[in-house]
Design a protein around this ligand. Structure first.
Ligand code: 13P
Ligand code: SF4
Length: 310
């Protein structure tokens, strides 16, 4: 089928299903273009909570669709591909966190969980953060309890530096962001004199040290738009380049490859295609379904996050 026909079919299905299509900035360009809303994890969570549509078709990875369902349980949440997982989420299985907390009960940790985690981990957390609000939320954490930050050690180290708060870090990482190297950034900077390096906080310390600005995918757009510079080296998953080029057309954006690959791609994010989006809208399947007791336990720290990041 031609792409134009597929897009027309998706548009029609959105109407008949009373559906909203939400997409993360790492989605394929054609999915971003057909979506009703494209954003970072924080903006997507807010949007999912507020939508009054009957159906949310979530184009991102599984934990993002799950988060939409936790926040808006009366809607039908479908996703194009259930195999769209996340290596960062996988680096903190809920049973491992539960046994760690049990073994260290006397410490009474205040658990801060990055949103890139499973519902089981969210249910064990006191509060959730995204890369867009982590600083503010860590600053608001109680000072009379030790903080445990899960699952991303890189984001955790960055927020600890920014806030001056001492935190114990879970040893998790994203397989895409951990592959950016200092040499790759230096190479790109040498080839594009005068450009600014903009980097996601999931990158390693040696990479973050070379950045002119570190922020979430959403904030990359406002930073580049408002900056006086005209060329930017973007150190995150390549999907954001489409959004940047579309929303800030007068500037130049250079993607950086990872070790052994000229383009940094999250293969989980790229599992979603227009065909699969059409199918999930048509069949209302695969659908995210959550046990209510677990959903309620995971909802509390998410609501705390939304309240603190108003
Ligand atoms: P953002 O919240 O910045 O969109 O990041 C999500 C993500 O998966 C980064 O790898
Ligand atoms: Fe997860 Fe990394 Fe993919 Fe983001 S880029 S969804 S953190 S695997």
């Amino acid at each position: 089928m031609k792409q134009g026909d597929l897009i027309a079919e998706i548009r029609e299905l959105k109407k008949t299903r009373k559906a909203v299509v939400l997409a993360h900035s790492y989605q394929r360009p054609e999915i971003q273009d057909v979506a009703d809303f494209v954003g970072d994890s924080l903006a997507l969570a807010r949007h999912a909570q507020e939508t009054s549509c009957d159906v949310i078709a979530f184009c991102g990875v599984h934990f993002m669709a799950e988060t939409a369902c936790i926040l808006n349980p009366t809607r039908t949440v479908v996703l194009p591909d259930t195999e769209a997982s996340c290596s960062l989420e996988a680096s903190c299985p809920p049973e491992n966190l539960a046994s760690f907390l049990e073994a260290n009960k006397q410490k009474n940790y205040y658990v801060i969980a990055y949103i890139n985690c499973s519902i089981g981990v969210k249910a064990l957390a006191d509060v959730i953060v995204t890369s867009g609000n982590a600083q503010r939320i860590v600053e608001a954490a109680p000072t009379d309890r030790p903080i445990l930050f899960v699952p991303d050690a890189n984001l955790g180290a960055w927020v600890a530096q920014k806030t001056g708060r001492k935190m114990e870090l879970w040893n998790g990482a994203c397989h895409v962001h951990r592959q950016f190297t200092r040499d790759k950034i230096l190479e790109a900077r040498d080839a594009h004199h005068g450009s600014l390096v903009v980097c996601h906080p999931e990158c390693r310390d040696e990479v973050r040290a070379l950045a002119d600005h570190i922020c979430s995918t959403e904030k990359m757009i406002s930073f580049c738009r408002e900056s006086e510079a005209s060329t930017f080296i973007i150190v995150t998953e390549s999907g954001i380049l489409h959004r940047l080029r579309k929303l800030v057309p007068d500037k130049q954006f250079i993607g950086v490859g990872t070790e052994g690959c000229s383009c940094a791609e999250c293969e989980f994010m790229k599992l979603n295609t227009l065909e699969k989006l059409r199918d999930c809208l048509r069949d209302l399947s695969p659908e995210v379904r959550l046990p209510e007791d677990l959903r309620l336990r995971a909802e509390a720290p998410l609501l705390r996050m939304l309240e603190l990041s108003r």
